[in-house]
Design a protein around this ligand. Sequence first.
Ligand code: ATP
Length: 206
Amino acid sequence: MLRVGLTGGIGSGKSTVARLLAANGAVVIDADKLAREVLEPGSEGLREVVKAFGEDVLNGDGTLDRAALAAKAFASEEARQTLNGITHPRIGALTGQRMAEAPEDAIVVHDIPLLVERDMAAAYHLVIVVYADSATRLERLVTSRGMDRRDAENRIAAQATDEQRRAVADVWLDNSGEVPDITGLWDRLVGFEKNVRTQSYASGSP
Ligand code: ATP
């Protein structure tokens, strides 16, 4: 198994690249999706959140009111830590579970927007950074996503810088223009996966 971390700034095209890798056969684990899963109705995570932040973070139908939770969780550093203390261990456990379920020869791609911010590079055999210049990202977020321009600018500014991402990148994919052809990259990943598996057999490690 090859563990690949896939990251990049908001609107850079991570999900687009993840879809291409999945079409080639990668097992994709979407960190944002798991973050939602741990707070689904009926989950232990959601119960803990309600206990910590109150019933008014719920919609009438029992689902999480994300805006209400965000307003409370981002009000103070302590509140943010409380929320992270509930979600992070659960997201981590679910990620580990999904990795363990993948076939032995899988190329597992973890689509994780905050890989750099969380200092996670060492958890992967290889890190792919999807890059698009900030003007292009801003345009995509405003036109394709309908995001408010100021909100998009703030989100871009709050994330890691291109330099910080470049420092951990094994592969730098420029998605500022056309979506890149990943055929060559996929072949390299397949070769790398075989090497990793052969070496782990040789050393007797799992
Ligand atoms: P987020 O961090 O918000 O999840 P992301 O990095 O996963 O974003 P995508 O969702 O893949 O980014 O792309 C953002 C938007 O830009 C989407 O609407 C997508 O269709 C579009 N897009 C992605 N790549 C390109 C490209 N090369 N040219 C034009 N549009 C693109």
